[in-house]
Design a protein around this ligand. Sequence first.
Ligand code: GLN
Length: 492
Amino acid sequence: MTDLTQFGVKDIRDGVRDGSFTAREVAESFNAVVADAAALNAFIVTTPDHAIAAADKVDAARAAGETLGAMAGVPIGMKDLFATHGVQTTAASHILEGFIPRYESTVSQKLWDAGAGMLGKLNLDQFAMGSSNETSHFGNVASPWRKSGSNQPMSPGGSSGGSSSAVAARIAPAATGTDTGGSIRQPAAFTGICGIKPTYGRCSRWGIVAFASSLDQAGSMARSVEDCAIMLGAMSGFDPKDSTSLQMDVPDWEGALNADLRGKKVGIPREYRMEGTDQAILDSWEQGKAWLRDAGAEIVDVSLPHTKYALPAYYIVAPAEASSNLARYDGVRYGLRDLPDGSGLQDMYASTRAAGFGDEVKRRILIGTYVLSAGFYDAYYTQAQKVRALVARDFERAFQECDVILAPTTPTASFPLGENVDDPLAMYLNDVFAVPASLAGLPAMSVPATINAGLPLGLQLVGRPFDEQGVLNAGLAIQQRAGFKAVPEKWW
Ligand code: GLN
């Protein structure tokens, strides 16, 4: 029989619809490979029963002649930042260990309504803070990829590293991710898969553990542009429970996919030619231009002059919002409570938070409270908000001259686990090309371009607000020309 785990979202959905196989067979196949992949540490908990129950529902609906949803029969991985009813939700932290939500996030509910099932909750950097998946309380995730001639364990990227590792290793056909400053795109680039973050507000944030609310967006991670389009369509839509949710119809992104870019202009931001970027990345960027030209697009130079201020501004805005959002973990309402004998309320707050948060999370809370403190607010936070506005204006101006922007996703390929753990600034630099689009709330995607020294490299597309279609179409044009078919060799 065909190995069903080799199929992606579209193939599974279509195969289930036309009766080539059952949803239950698909769920069973993926449950088995998930159980066999513990060495990747991609999942914090597995939920084989959820996947089977969803599959049986789809098979029954098909037998009854009902119309099947967009994700019918597709078992997915759920980043453990989405609250899932009755299933532990931790944000990869100790402070939320044992927290079992009594509600379902809007995005996960939409996926279940579309016929998807859940293989398990995917590991991530703690509270989605990190770029390597090494800040998780549950141990790092390993990338399924290895550098040529080396057995060193590599980073799957972060924070959606469980998602990227699982999809690249073929133990999940697709996974949810969240992107605050690159956490969908950078892990996708590191592992040779596609990942899209939509325009801010497309996906409801309700029921997603908050990191930096003005930046957080959910998105889809899968092996092809088509699969990302299908899944993002199922995840998106207005939600009255999120005050920043976009009140707009969700277009049929899958139906309107079109890799013919004649008449389109692709902007190349000159400020993204940064020192410290690998030559292989620069070469793949050149190759990307040639592919898009071949698809009929005109390549134009654009300028995003405030690019170099984007990362420092992000590392003020994001920690500021995080310090406020994470104040709710006080030992009273969720998860961990550390109440030493004879201690009072203040001691409980202090010891719960000291024991419950990891070092990187504490670093962000310290930075955040500092930049929001009375004496420094104007010097840091207000300035950063001004920079954010300038970064957004740069994009507005650039999009007067082009329809979509092409850039690298990251300055380097994946790195060995352990390499950057003691150097937060080196770690933060991973997102130098990803953060500007986040600050501006724009749709952005990473698509695999090539393999260099055994490791995948990704190309990034950034679009106008609400123009996910333009991003997906340019992504498809690259996908068709890159012909990226490499699969990691199984070692786990
Ligand atoms: N790596 C970035 C950070 O640590 C982005 C994280 C994210 O997008 N969630 O903040």
